[in-house]
Design a protein around this ligand. Structure first.
Ligand code: HEC
Ligand code: HEC
Ligand code: HEC
Ligand code: HEC
Length: 198
């Protein structure tokens, strides 16, 4: 009797694990190449990839190999820079990237937009609610002001004097001047790549 009860209970648990597991696999980081397949064509996702590539976020990992990096690391008492969780934290997309190949992208799209393994198909991408359910971070707010506040909060996860303890080279962060250099809405992309948006 007891055995039968135990068997039923464990079967029941197994069923729960199965259902929950099948319902919500967790999103994973795919790397910027995945986003590039659509976000490098004006007529598909948009010219976001090329815009990002021209910015310093895309060289954030390479910067850890410079003389300047060695100076900063010395101040922070960090030995093995490219293996240091402290430096990698703000210089690569995610700590789950462990190979040189993965890390080479520096701060990729998914650092700001969320892990993309589940939302990166064109059907999901066109349905924001669904995309958010599948891992896209809800940065866009109801108003422009709300969107900018969400953006600034995210920048400050890495930028600003409040990080002096972990980053001895931390500088003051002025969102008003920094955002125009990073933003990549359609208007900005059109200005930057006029011949692609003809
Ligand atoms: C299969 C093509 C495709 C891939 C791959 C893709 N996207 Fe998209 N994405 C689109 C399209 C098309 C839109 C525009 C949807 C619209 O305008 O309704 C879009 C929209 C977006 C938006 C705006 C969403 C919104 O509603 O504000 C973000 C952010 C985004 N993509 C990020 C990414 C990131 C990050 C990746 C890589 C992890 C990625 N996309 C991969 C096609 C793609
Ligand atoms: C994951 C950490 C991280 C986040 C989040 C982040 N940044 Fe950065 N940002 C960096 C790093 C690291 C660099 C330096 C990269 C390099 O030069 O190697 C940088 C460089 C920059 C630069 C170039 C600075 C210069 O001196 O030329 C600008 C502008 C900038 N970020 C703006 C922003 C804005 C705006 C946001 C928010 C929307 C943001 N960043 C979010 C880490 C981050
Ligand atoms: C809290 C986030 C954070 C941490 C931790 C951090 N950095 Fe940075 N790093 C930044 C940001 C943001 C910038 C861009 C400059 C700025 O505006 O402060 C930057 C810039 C740099 C640059 C200059 C890139 C260029 O423009 O030439 C180097 C080199 C660097 N960091 C190395 C390091 C090293 C080495 C460590 C580990 C000891 C480290 N960083 C830890 C956020 C961080
Ligand atoms: C430093 C953080 C950061 C990085 C890196 C980044 N984005 Fe964004 N992105 C933002 C923020 C903040 C917004 C504004 C909020 C929004 O519209 O969702 C935005 C907006 C967008 C939008 C909507 C633009 C529109 O028309 O309103 C798309 C699409 C997008 N990003 C795609 C990408 C892709 C693709 C990459 C990589 C090639 C990328 N982003 C890299 C922070 C970032």
């Amino acid at each position: 009797m007891y055995l039968r009860f135990a068997a039923t209970v464990s079967l029941f648990c197994l069923a729960i694990v199965f259902v929950v597991g099948a319902d919500s696999p967790s999103p994973e980081y795919t790397g910027v190449k995945k986003c590039k397949t659509c976000h490098s064509y004006a007529k598909v996702g948009g010219m976001h990839y090329q815009h990002w590539e021209q910015q310093k976020h895309s060289s954030a990992y390479r910067s850890l190999y410079t003389e300047e990096a060695r100076e900063i690391a010395a101040m922070a008492n960090v030995q093995d820079i490219t293996q240091s969780a402290q430096c990698l934290k703000c210089h690569v997309t995610t700590p789950s990237f462990t190979t040189e190949k993965q890390r080479a992208e520096g701060i990729g799209c998914e650092r700001c937009h969320g892990p993309g393994s589940l939302y990166s198909d064109s059907k999901t991408m066109k349905n924001r609610q669904e995309a958010v359910k599948k891992g896209l971070l809800p940065l866009k707010g109801q108003t422009e002001a709300e969107t900018l506040a969400n953006a600034e909060k995210q920048c400050r996860e890495c930028h600003g004097l409040e990080h002096k303890d972990e980053n001895p080279a931390a500088k003051e962060f002025d969102f008003e001047t920094a955002w125009p250099r990073v933003k990549h809405d359609r208007e900005t992309l059109k200005e930057n790549f006029p011949d692609k948006y003809k």
